[in-house]
Design a protein around this ligand. Sequence first.
Ligand code: ZN
Length: 233
Amino acid sequence: MTNAALVLFSGGQDSTVCLAWALQRYERVETVGFAYGQRHSAELAQRATLREGLSRLNDRWAEHLGQDHMLELPELGRLSDTALTRDAEIEMTAAGLPSTFVPGRNLLFFTYAAALAYRRGMRTLVGGMCETDYSGYPDCRNETLTALAKAISLGMDADFTLETPLMWIDKAATWAMADELGGAPLVDLIVEDSHTCYLGIRSRRHEWGYGCGHCPACDLRAKGWAKWQAAKS
Ligand code: ZN
């Protein structure tokens, strides 16, 4: 099997760091994004800009970066009925999960990605799931993804690996990882062009990037930035 990987790439901070991580390690890196009726598409709109930006930062990365794929999963949006796909407040549900949770989303993403990777001759999938600040999303847990890798490998009779480089680190360490991988130019690219805000706001600029500044995603990103800055000084 070639030294290749398919990165689940949404255009957010985490998946952008994962893409840089993969470009550093694999000779061929392709990206896949999913459109499932997100309430806003600010994140998806940043994908091309970030891919171009990463290519400009490093000649080797430019050589390694292959095709981009978009998969449409509108049924996921219709089934989920959560704060991401309709105009509802983001709050904690009775189950103790944020209302942004799309049940089983990552199970579907990885399974679709594996089907695509299989056809493209790749057996490594990379995702930005993280157990440290996973907001209670059970499909981000390492145990879930280990079991899923086994199910995919059995079900496709092929030896699949799911890489999650951010699994055990927090948002401050994610900023530090970006700095290690690509220095200030990569940190700047992530600040300027990666999107995290649940409300899709890109009109307000903070030192850590664009967003409303108070939704759970902005809050996590801002706190991680502040912690990383404090650790550096
Ligand atoms: Zn926000």
